[in-house]
Ligand binder design. Structure first.
Ligand SMILES: [Zn+2]
Length: 280
């Protein structure tokens, strides 16, 4: 299987689904990542912190946008290697990009037609009607690009039509363990990343320029993947919301549901002490 991620910023790929990608790579699946912006203005901790010092290091404060973008690209390529992403594609848009653009839709559609992934992972479009968030804009662009790639005609476009088999959205800001408590609004697929959580920590430790390494890496994984893990009944999980309905020949019951022991699950999902296992 081929998995493709499409996110607004370099670190998004790892924070949202780095563990899931590590598992797919370990299972022999091909993983490619498309990043829309260079992220040079996002979480510019490395540069802001230096400016605040009495005697700032001029090699850091003197960095141009190209220098910053190159530094971020290097962070991402090291993180990609850790989780097993075999190819990183960057469009290099400025991260002030904040609205649906035809030329960006074209570029994403072109990459979809080239890469032809089985599944896509991207952010949940929080409010696609009044999109004020670049992650929402990114996914609205992806959905428009999927429509465009589905209409490629070989005679006219020199490429065949492309249809993805499933889209998994990340970052739906909802923690619900069932389909009733929030009227059906919930992440509906969880991936247990406990076995590969060390790879996710190490990958996040690469994003030093934006302060995602060290304390924040552990905090985010403990808090977010830990809470998703609690809902999923495992130590650490990543959460997804499927775009398309699924068709089966029999009613599906997962292996995890068959194995689940409701009496002890709260103890078993508390077993891994992340900070002790992966000290800074
Ligand atoms: Zn982002």
């Amino acid at each position: 299987m081929k998995v493709m991620t499409i996110y607004a910023h370099p670190a998004d790929t790892i924070t949202n689904c780095g563990g899931t990608l590590a598992r797919h790579a370990a299972a022999g699946d091909e993983v490619v990542a498309l990043i829309l912006t260079h992220g040079g203005r996002m979480h510019a901790n490395r540069y802001a912190e230096e400016w605040r010092k009495d005697n700032p290091d001029k090699t850091i404060t003197g960095a141009s946008l190209d220098d910053i973008a190159a530094y971020k690209k290097d962070e991402l390529s090291r993180a990609a290697e850790i989780v097993g992403i075999s190819k990183v594609i960057t469009l290099g848009l400025d991260d002030r990009y904040a609205a649906l653009r035809e030329d960006v839709v074209d570029q994403i559609a072109e990459q979809l037609a080239i890469e032809r992934p089985d599944v896509l992972i991207c952010d949940y479009p929080v409010n696609p009607v009044a999109a004020t968030n670049v992650h929402t804009v990114a996914t609205v662009s992806v959905l428009a690009a999927l429509g465009r790639a589905g209409m490629f005609v070989r005679n006219l476009d020199d490429r065949a039509e492309f249809h993805v088999k499933q889209v998994f959205f990340t970052s739906l800001p909802v923690m619900a363990g069932d389909g009733l408590s929030l009227y059906g609004m919930r992440n509906d697929v969880y991936v247990d990343i406990t076995d590969v959580v060390g790879q996710k920590v190490a990958a996040m430790d690469c994003f030093d320029s934006q302060g995602y390494s060290g304390l924040f890496a552990r905090k985010l994984i403990e808090a977010s993947n830990g809470e998703n893990g609690r809902v999923a009944g495992v130590n650490f999980a990543e959460a997804f919301y499927r775009l398309n309905n699924e068709t089966h020949t029999l009613l599906p019951v997962t292996e995890a549901a068959r194995r689940d022991d409701p009496l002890t699950r709260h103890i078993s999902y508390s077993r891994v002490d992340l900070r002790a296992t992966y000290p800074i």
